[in-house]
Design a binder for this molecule. Structure first.
Ligand SMILES: [Zn+2]
Length: 153
């Protein structure tokens, strides 16, 4: 990885444009401003990549968000198992407490997952272009954009 080219994971997890890995995808930088936290820039402010490729583009993120939720729960389950442990003995409430803790974390992290799933989703359609300054935006990523329908899904 050359210097000055942000990595895939870093840029995706910080909700950056997948094409230039620099521009921010979301208007609001705080995921906990719940009214505006999924509002996206129409185009990347840095390279001009549209963020809404076609009508209903982000519909599939519901599945991504679900997969993230499952993966996260598995991770906390394993972590809990190693650090605290489980048993099936009566009176052992550790499994119950994991459920409660995990449930609370999922609710708290929901806005972060929602944004991350959009960022991931877009990154699967738009390739990284290190030379974004000189190369035009790929036609396949702009021809289906319906300006009037943006955000209407
Ligand atoms: Zn960009």
């Amino acid at each position: 990885m050359s210097k000055g080219s942000p990595g895939y994971l870093v840029s995706t997890f910080s909700n950056r444009c997948p094409r230039c890995r620099r521009g921010r995808l979301f208007v609001e930088s705080n995921p906990y401003r719940l009214k505006t936290n999924t509002k996206m820039h129409e185009n990347c402010a840095v390279c001009g990549q549209p963020t809404d490729l076609e009508v209903g583009f982000y519909y599939g993120t519901a599945y991504v968000s679900y997969a993230l939720t499952v993966a996260f729960s598995l991770a906390t389950f394993v972590g809990w198992w190693i650090l605290i442990g489980f048993s099936v003995q009566t009176g052992d409430r550790r499994l119950l407490w994991w459920g409660v803790a995990n449930g609370v974390l999922l609710v708290v992290l929901q806005p972060v997952f929602m944004r991350l799933s959009r960022s991931l989703w877009l990154s699967w359609f738009v390739k990284y272009e290190p030379d974004w300054k000189n190369k035009p935006i790929e036609k396949e990523n702009t021809e289906r954009v319906v300006k009037e329908q943006m955000g209407n899904w």
